[in-house]
Write a protein that binds this ligand. Structure first.
Ligand SMILES: C[S@@+](CC[C@H](N)C(=O)[O-])C[C@H]1O[C@@H](n2cnc3c(N)ncnc32)[C@H](O)[C@@H]1O
Length: 205
C-alpha cells in the first residue's frame, strides 16, 4: 500500500481515522552531527522527504532557522510555519512547517516556548539524541496536526523515540464526544469571553 494517504477508515461511530506524520530529520547541513548513529546515511534528501510527507493527510517537518528559506521552496504554499522557542542565544528558535489534517483549535498558539530535556542532574538515557523533542513540544505539535487520538501516526525520524512516547500518551486519552451544535455554541461563547478579556487575540488571522 502507498505510504501515507490511503482510503480513510471510518470507525464504528463514524469518526474518520487519518494518517499523520512528523519528520524531524537532521537539519540540512547538519547530518554530520549524527555520524555513527544506526540510521545515519549522510544528508537527508529533503525533496524526496517532502514528497513522502505530501502523501499524508497531515504532516509536520522540523528544520533550522538557517535552512528555512531552502525548505520553504520545497513545500506547498498553504502550510503554516510554527516556532519552537528555547532559552539558547544564537539559535533560540526552530521553525516547524505544518499542514494540518484537521482544522486546529481556535486559540492554539503558533509558537511554543519550552526547553529540551536537560541532563545536568540526572543520567542521560542511552537512547538520547541531539535534537530530541520535549513532550510539551510534541503535544502542541499533535494539536497543530489536527490529530485525533485514533489517528495513525508515523514518526519518520524517531531518534530517541520521545515523540512516539508522547504520541502514546496523546493517543491514550479518552476524549468526550460533545454534540456539534452545543460544542459550536460553547466554543463561540468561550471565544467571545476570551476576546473581551484579551482584545489583542482578535488580531489572529
Ligand atoms: C533530529 S534527530 C530526531 C530526534 C527525535 N525527534 C527525538 O525526539 O528524539 C534525527 C534522527 O535521524 C537520524 N538520522 C541521521 N541521518 C539520517 C538519515 N540520512 N536518514 C535517516 N535518519 C537519519 C539520526 O540518527 C537521529 O536519530
Amino acid at each position: 500500500m502507498e505510504e501515507g494517504r490511503r482510503d480513510r477508515v471510518h470507525t464504528p461511530r463514524g469518526a474518520v481515522t487519518l494518517r499523520v506524520a512528523y519528520a524531524d530529520p537532521p537539519y540540512p547541513g547538519c547530518a554530520h552531527l549524527y555520524e555513527g548513529h544506526p540510521h545515519y546515511a549522510g544528508e537527508v534528501d529533503h525533496v524526496e522527504l517532502v514528497e513522502r510527507l505530501l502523501a499524508y493527510d497531515g504532516w509536520a517537518l522540523s528544520t533550522s532557522s538557517k535552512a528555512l528559506g531552502y525548505v520553504l521552496g520545497l513545500v506547498p504554499d498553504d502550510v503554516r510555519i510554527l516556532i519552537w522557542v528555547k532559552n539558547t542565544v544564537r539559535y533560540a528558535w526552530e521553525p516547524v512547517i505544518v499542514a494540518s489534517a484537521r482544522e486546529p483549535a481556535v486559540g492554539l498558539r503558533d509558537w511554543i516556548h519550552c526547553e529540551p530535556d536537560a541532563f545536568q542532574w540526572r543520567q542521560r538515557p542511552e537512547e538520547h539524541v541531539i535534537g530530541a523533542k520535549p513532550a510539551p513540544f510534541s503535544l502542541w505539535l499533535f494539536d497543530w496536526l489536527g490529530a485525533s487520538p485514533g489517528d495513525d501516526f508515523d514518526d519518520l525520524f524517531p531518534g530517541s523515540g520521545a515523540v512516539g512516547r508522547a504520541w502514546h500518551i496523546f493517543a491514550s486519552q479518552t476524549r468526550l464526544v460533545v454534540p456539534e451544535a452545543r460544542n459550536g455554541r460553547a466554543v463561540r461563547r468561550a471565544n467571545e469571553k476570551a476576546l473581551r478579556a484579551h482584545p489583542q487575540l482578535g488580531d489572529a488571522a
